[in-house]
Design a protein around this ligand. Structure first.
Ligand SMILES: Nc1nc2c(ncn2[C@@H]2O[C@H](COP(=O)(O)OP(=O)(O)O)[C@@H](O)[C@H]2O)c(=O)[nH]1
Ligand SMILES: Nc1ncnc2c1ncn2[C@@H]1O[C@H](COP(=O)(O)OP(=O)(O)O)[C@@H](O)[C@H]1O
Length: 190
């Protein structure tokens, strides 16, 4: 286990555009496959178990923590767990792929520490908190309370930007997609 493949970690405050950029990359690099996180939050809209997340009850999540099934996990928002299952990385590597993660800043830096040079840690940045707020509202998936929670967390997360290998400014989407493809392509080919 864990003897092959690379890892590309995308972290940023919620609403910065991680999912948008990761989805673009997954189409461009077929060997790059998405690590499906586990969460104890409820599915939103069209989200499906085993595709967007593994949706677990808080009890099941805690049982799996006890069983050491997670590479990293966190209570990202009060009462809501998120984590990366060890089995996700082995599933993708065993199939000959590279792993792409869309996770929060603390989780991303923990994975980078764990995997070292085998991993590229990318921080996705927006030009201002106002733009972040506009994107969170524009996405139309979160209540006012959830938006406030995410903005409060964003302030803290942005302080850790210097710890990442690469920073991508997601202002113009086409330009950010091109930049991210170049950076990730170079890493996967090296
Ligand atoms: N540590 C950690 N954070 C995660 C994981 N999966 C998702 N997250 C983060 O949890 C936060 C909430 O995710 P989600 O509710 O899907 O919301 P969104 O980022 O607003 O789309 C985001 O910052 C995600 O990046 C994981 O496996 N581990
Ligand atoms: N460069 C961009 N310009 C304008 N809107 C964007 C851009 N990138 C992403 N968005 C939009 O912003 C919202 C948040 O993006 P998303 O990828 O869900 O963020 P994250 O995964 O980081 O929470 C979505 O509605 C998305 O379509």
């Amino acid at each position: 286990m864990f003897s092959k493949g690379k890892l590309v970690i995308f972290s940023a405050p919620s609403g910065s555009g991680k999912s948008t950029l990761v989805n673009h990359l997954l189409k461009e690099y077929p060997k790059l496959q998405f690590s499906i996180s586990a969460t104890s939050r409820a599915p939103r809209g069209e989200e499906k178990h085993g595709e967007h997340y593994y949706f677990l009850s808080p009890e099941e999540f805690r049982t799996r923590i006890e069983a050491a099934e997670f590479l990293e996990w966190e209570e990202v928002y009060e009462g809501t767990y998120y984590g990366t299952l060890r089995s996700e990385v082995s599933r993708i590597w065993d199939a000959g792929g590279h792993v792409a993660f869309d996770i929060d800043v603390v989780g991303g830096l923990n994975l980078k520490k764990h995997f070292g040079k085998r991993a590229l840690a990318v921080y996705v940045k927006v030009a201002s908190m106002e733009i972040l707020e506009q994107r969170l509202r524009g996405r139309g998936t979160d209540s006012e309370e959830k938006i406030a929670q995410r903005l409060a967390k964003a302030e803290e997360e942005s302080l850790r930007e210097p710890e990442f290998d690469t920073v991508i400014l997601n202002d113009d989407l086409d330009r950010a997609c091109t930049e991210v493809s170049e950076v990730v392509g170079a890493f996967l080919n090296q």
